[in-house]
Design a protein around this ligand. Structure first.
Ligand SMILES: Nc1ncnc2c1ncn2[C@@H]1O[C@H](COP(=O)(O)OP(=O)(O)OP(=O)(O)O)[C@@H](O)[C@H]1O
Length: 594
């Protein structure tokens, strides 16, 4: 099994930019419109300060009330325009980002589905799952809120600085005196906030888990008089949660104190510059007021940038992990794919290991004639499932070849492979949706009659017709729950619809009770009819009815031949058969390997 240390890749900043640029290319028009609206919104809001300055000048020059009417009306118009443009800009930015994210998710799923199973296992399935769940939700949240706000506020800051420079370059210089304190504040905050928030989340989760454990295990706690130990463990965790909450509040207080200091320095510098310039006759009181207002207007967007940078930083970590997978190369289809002709299976020199130095299959050769039914038997861990998975193309072998109909499996394209071989294991999945849609995954153009015929063939027609809405009945998660036997029959009906030449069954009948197992054996027989079959036989009745039995032991083929011959030969298979039949007479449905 996996050690979980060989995690899936994470992307560098350059790759993230490249992948996002590629995904954004088809949506360039909406990106341009978004940028124009955001810039227009920010630019319109910049008109407020000079207009207020104008009012100040007119009042200072003691012009009448009529003189200020036009700037006041203009201010009202600007307020409306600014509100509309800001709302439209943020909505457009969110839509653009959502489109990008949807593209990224599609690409991620595509690459994840093409990852070799061994690669997923070596990373640990949790790595992929957490990327699809946690990372996607963190990035989606940022895309919905942080990114549009961040873009708008960053634009506001940039344009306001330009506005200050347009009023007088000395105002800009004065305002920039606040920058070092702001940069220092941002660095200190971003360095501390992410680890602190993470620790807070972990501590909260641990506290909740402990509370749940204690309440679920209350009888045990009482029985062993563990009250005090549990209470003190909960108190410890609660204290940790409280300590972290205080630390977060302290961090925020410090942040605001430093930001206030920066605001004080900047505003003081702009006002002093204003006094000096007005005194020197270089500017008017109105312009100096506009400069001060510009600077005050910077407070909010700078705070937004700081807070959203924090969210954006967390989202970036998620994005690295999403793009890491989305940026993987898609397995290439062979340039000139081989064509399988017939249903003969030929395995040569097959060697496989999951962990270096621990071979699971060693130099296995196997021939299965077209239409022949071969049962794979052997003790637990002998390598049966591994061999079945490799013949079905699920695992790539470390060495050796598998040919179907004279074509090497790795030289067939995906369609060729689908026509050549299918695998049904006990872990069948009923996809959420209608029964018909679930079956059409195997053959999208199948008519309802085709679907019913496939279900009839595997003995599932009667229950399928009895469903409340027949083929339209919603099955899977949240729908009509299918029992194990029905779910397996559904998988076998999909095989009938795909119609591969070779069918590999791995424990397809092992999970059902004995009556269910018999029904499934019949379904499996029906699905196997007319195909070459390789069946991992946990129930040796399946081996007894096969054309040939292949016995695996520790990754080696140690015996093969028809059931009767092997039983008569008194070798390895005869022992397994004796154990199976002996155990069956003692117990109704044992496993032969147990
Ligand atoms: N994904 C994996 N990672 C690491 N080792 C594995 C993996 N799958 C199987 N193995 C190991 O490979 C060996 C062969 O396993 P395999 O499942 O092929 O045997 P099997 O004959 O089908 O056994 P069973 O009847 O118990 O299913 C076993 O030792 C097993 O522990």
């Amino acid at each position: 099994m996996s050690s979980g240390t060989d995690l899936l890749p994470t992307a560098s900043g350059t790759r993230i930019r490249a992948v996002l640029a590629e995904l954004a290319r088809p949506h360039r028009p909406i990106a341009v419109v978004t940028l124009v609206v955001l810039v227009a919104g920010a630019a319109v809001s910049l008109l407020v300060a000079p207009l207020l300055g104008e009012i100040v000048d007119r009042v200072a020059e003691a012009q009448g009330a009529d003189a200020v009417l036009s700037p006041v009306l203009a201010l009202a118009g600007i307020a409306v325009a600014q509100g509309l443009l800001a709302a439209l800009g943020v909505a457009l930015a969110a839509r653009f980002c959502e489109t990008l994210l949807a593209g990224l998710r599609e690409r991620f799923v595509d690459r994840a589905l093409h990852l070799p199973q061994a690669r997923i296992e070596s990373a640990g399935a949790g790595d992929l799952t957490s990327r699809v769940t946690d990372d996607v939700s963190v990035v989606s949240e940022a895309v919905r809120e942080a990114v549009p706000e961040l873009a708008r506020s960053a634009l506001m800051v940039a344009l306001t600085l330009v506005g200050l420079a347009v009023l007088d370059w000395r105002f800009l210089l004065a305002a920039l005196l606040a920058a070092p304190v702001q940069v220092w504040t941002a660095k200190a905050f971003l360095g501390r906030s992410t680890p602190l928030y993470t620790a807070q989340r972990i501590a909260g989760g641990a506290q909740q888990q402990h509370l749940l454990d204690t309440s679920a295990g209350l009888p045990t706690v009482r029985a062993f008089r563990l009250h005090e130990r549990h209470a003190s463990a909960i108190a410890e965790r609660a204290a940790e949660v409280a300590r972290l909450a205080v630390a977060v509040v302290r961090m925020h207080t410090q942040l605001f104190a430093r930001l206030n200091l920066a605001e004080f320095i900047g505003l003081a510098a702009v006002l002093v510059t204003g006094f000096w310039l007005v005194g020197a006759g270089a500017t008017t009181i109105g312009t100096a007021s506009a400069a001060a207002l510009y600077f005050v207007n910077l407070f909010t967007p700078i705070n937004v940038v700081l807070f959203q940078l924090d969210a954006a930083q967390t989202a970036l970590a998620g994005l690295r992990r999403l793009v890491g997978v989305a940026d993987l190369d898609r397995p290439q289809e062979p340039a000139t794919p081989a064509t399988a002709d017939g249903a003969r299976v030929r395995v040569r020199g097959l060697t496989h290991h999951y962990v270096d130095g621990h071979p699971v299959l060693s130099e296995v050769d196997l021939d299965v004639a077209p239409g022949e039914r071969v049962a794979l038997v052997g003790a637990s861990g002998a390598g049966k499932s591994t061999l079945a998975g490799i013949v079905a193309g699920v695992h790539a072998p470390a060495a050796g070849t598998v040919e179907i109909g004279g074509a090497r499996l790795d030289e067939l394209d995906s369609e060729g492979r689908r026509d050549a071989v299918a695998l049904v294991t006990q872990e069948v999945h009923v996809f959420a949706g209608s029964l018909g849609a679930d079956l059409r995954l195997a053959r999208p153009d199948a008519s309802d009659d085709d679907l019913l015929a496939a279900l009839d063939r595997v003995g599932a027609g009667s229950w399928a017709r009895a469903l409340p809405d027949g083929l339209d009945t919603v099955v899977g998660d949240g729908g009509h729950r299918l029992p194990v036997v029905a779910a397996q029959q559904l998988a076998l009906a999909r095989v009938v619809l795909t119609d591969p030449r070779v069918l590999v069954l791995d424990e397809a009948t092992a999970e059902a009770g004995s009556a269910g197992a018999r029904a499934l054996e019949e379904s499996a027989e029906a699905a196997l009819a007319g195909r070459t079959g390789l069946v991992v036989a946990h129930r040796l009745t399946q081996a007894a009815t096969a054309d040939r039995v292949v016995v695996l032991d520790d990754g080696l083929v140690v015996e093969q031949g028809p059931h009767d011959e092997l039983v008569a030969a008194g070798g390895r298979y005869a022992l397994l058969w004796a154990a199976w039949t002996g155990a069956r007479s003692a117990q109704p449905s044992p496993s032969p390997q147990s």
